[in-house]
Design a binder for this molecule. Structure first.
Ligand code: HEC
Length: 211
């Protein structure tokens, strides 16, 4: 089994445990037979369906392509989109049903403007320090009721539209992996990078060692 396969099995072992528990109930002795075959070392081609521990399952295509894009945007995929395209995506993909036709009217939270207050339980996106995080959030989490349906291009487009509506980019700017990573968010300087950690770095709280 290649290292990649081991990583894939490890990643889904927890969820797989539930699945295999269910399967075990259904298949009963068949699983025991399969396990015995594996132990005897003669079931190499069963690698894709049964992990060495008997737990987990191979990732689905969708899971293999799921990815997290970091704040610097280095992992952004190819693709592009503009604000004008994003406005259409916002309506076509049903974002407007929850956030309102212009991203302001609700019933869900406003995506345009807004300030951080002690009463609000979310960060208006113009206060987010890094633009690629907006892309990442939308691509993986929205639409709330059907996450993951947006293509990469649609995500670039709708991100461009929201950045434009928040006064952060110009209407005609094309968002790509490169240009999105270069967008400077207005609140960027409100956040401090943690300094380089050393063993002497003090924590923000005191650890009590006395009983
Ligand atoms: C079914 C309702 C629903 C739909 C449809 C929906 N959203 Fe959301 N959206 C929400 C809710 C609820 C939240 C807050 C989620 C939370 O904080 O856990 C949210 C949060 C967001 C945020 C984060 C805002 C912030 O300041 O934290 C963005 C960006 C966003 N949605 C964009 C979109 C886009 C783009 C679409 C369409 C592809 C979309 N949403 C579709 C309900 C929806």
């Amino acid at each position: 089994m290649s290292e990649r396969n081991i990583a894939r099995w490890t990643a889904c072992a927890t969820r797989g445990a539930v699945v295999s528990a269910r399967r075990r109930t259904r298949l009963g002795g068949a699983v025991a037979l399969l396990a015995a075959a594996l132990l005897s070392g003669g079931a190499l081609q069963a690698q894709e369906t049964v992990s060495p521990s008997g737990l987990g399952r191979p990732l689905t295509d969708a899971e293999q392509h799921d990815r997290i894009v970091g704040p610097e945007g280095a992992d952004l995929p190819p693709g592009s989109g503009t604000a004008a395209e994003g406005e259409m995506v916002f309506a076509r993909r049903g974002c407007s049903a929850c956030h309102g036709p212009t991203g302001l009217e609700g019933p869900s939270i406003a995506l345009v403007g807004g300030d951080i207050t002690t009463r609000s339980n979310y960060f208006p996106i113009r206060h987010w320090p890094f633009a690629p995080s907006i892309w990442d959030y939308i691509r993986r989490v929205m639409p709330y009721d059907r996450p993951g349906i947006l293509s990469d291009d649609e995500t670039y487009a709708v991100t461009a539209w929201l950045l434009y509506r928040n006064g952060i980019i110009q209407q005609e700017e094309v968002m790509t992996a490169e240009t999105l990573a270069e967008v400077r968010m207005p609140g960027r300087d409100d956040y401090q990078q943690p300094g380089t950690w050393t063993p002497e770095t003090r924590r923000g709280f005191r650890i009590l060692t006395e009983p």
